[in-house]
Design a protein around this ligand. Structure first.
Ligand code: NAP
Ligand code: ZN
Ligand code: ZN
Length: 349
């Protein structure tokens, strides 16, 4: 038997999302079946739906910022019980045996993670389908608990935008002595600002949208740099210890590297097309260019607990499932404050 599931899917890179129905597997002994309540809309959904990274498979059901309620559990499930509020993020399985998996860094699994969508199960054959759907069946080890106190719609984006910004800030030990710049105030960027502030850093937003200045202050940033000012890069040269670069579109990394102080690090989390990196901006101040991908399951739970403790959640615009194609167009125009979140009730009625 299998579970009939309503969804929105992309049939090809050039088509819009449209209603689709498919079957989820019945829970295996170590699986939980989740009734999806909310799913965030990540820019990675759009990149993959339109095959901007190559290798996309169709039909694709995007969505990897999933919040839901446990509907059923397999016979060997010990971690979860029916009725609990849980989350599922960017991956739903990994090899579990490599050094990275054993270290809780499943996102860097040597055998390859099973992406929540546009991926395959560990059998490397069965396609995975994401959270723009009413239900999902997931192994219990790839599920996290949503602490009480976080509004559920504001919790959904934590499963990708939250952990993707929290993890590098922790890895590079951002704290009260760190001068941080968050580049790009979108879904990831606004979470980066909240986390960096909560960690005590001084935070500057660098944005190509001058109209986001007031929001940037409201979110906690100490300063705002609009990149449409022709002197922005010159006037702020050598100013930051750590830059979290969340820009989704093609841009000149070398300009931003010049904003780093001695030994500064620019960590890329945004995933635009390949571009040229020059040696001189790195060499001149012993700067580093780095990258970071989401976070492991244990760190995701740590981040959620941190959010509950500090009263952090995402600023969201809740939408109906049928609004998704407009939401994509608005996201491309950087016109979202600051994450679209789909209310899956709109697909159940
Ligand atoms: P988003 O909400 O669309 O935000 C991206 C931001 O980038 C925009 O709000 C905008 O900020 C800035 N931007 C957009 N176009 C720009 C341009 N032409 N020039 C300069 N800045 C521009 O996207 P998101 O969901 O935060 O995702 C951001 C990127 O991270 C995507 O590429 C996504 O695939 C990637 N991602 C990576 C990981 C990972 O594990 N590394 C995880 C999730 C997402 P301003 O308006 O403030 O300029
Ligand atoms: Zn994402
Ligand atoms: Zn592994």
């Amino acid at each position: 038997m299998s579970i009939t599931t309503a969804a929105y899917a992309v049939p090809s890179p050039t088509d819009p999302l449209a209603p689709w129905t498919f079957d989820r597997r019945d829970p295996n002994p170590s699986d939980v079946l989740i009734d999806i309540l909310f799913c965030g809309v990540c820019h990675s959904d759009l990149h993959q739906a339109r095959d901007e990274w190559g290798g996309s498979t169709y039909p694709m059901v995007p969505g990897h910022e999933i919040i839901g309620t446990v509907l059923a559990v397999g016979s060997e499930v010990t971690k979860w019980s029916v009725g609990q509020t849980v989350g599922v993020g960017v991956f739903v399985d990994s090899c579990r045996n490599c050094e990275n998996c054993k270290a809780g860094l499943e996102q860097y699994c040597d055998g390859g993670i099973s992406g929540t969508y546009n991926g395959v199960e560990q059998d490397k054959v069965t396609p995975t389908y994401g959270g723009y759907s009413t239900k999902i069946t997931v192994d219990q080890n790839y599920v996290v608990s949503i602490p009480e106190g976080i509004p559920l719609e504001g919790a959904a984006p934590l499963l990708c935008a939250g952990i993707t910004t929290y993890s590098p800030l922790m890895h590079w030990k951002v704290g009260p002595d760190t001068r941080v710049a968050v580049v790009g105030l979108g879904g990831l960027g606004h979470m980066g600002v909240k986390f960096a502030k909560a960690l005590g850093a001084s935070v500057t937003v660098i944005s190509h949208s001058p109209g986001k200045k007031e929001d940037s202050a409201r979110l906690g940033a100490d300063d705002f740099i609009a990149t449409n000012d022709p002197d922005a890069f010159k006037n702020n040269a050598k100013r930051f210890d750590f830059i979290l670069n969340t820009i989704s579109a093609d841009h000149e990394y070398n300009d931003y590297l010049g904003l780093l102080a001695l030994d500064g690090v620019m960590c890329l989390v945004g995933l635009p097309n390949p571009t040229t990196v020059a040696a001189f901006p790195l060499v001149g101040r012993r700067r580093s260019l780095a990258g970071s991908m989401i976070g492991g399951i244990a760190e995701t739970q740590e981040m959620l607990n941190f959010c509950a403790e500090k009263g952090i959640s995402s600023d969201v615009e809740v939408i109906e499932m049928s609004y998704i194609n407009e939401a994509y167009e608005r996201m491309l125009k950087s016109d979202v404050r600051y994450r679209f979140v789909i209310d899956l009730a709109s697909l159940k009625s």
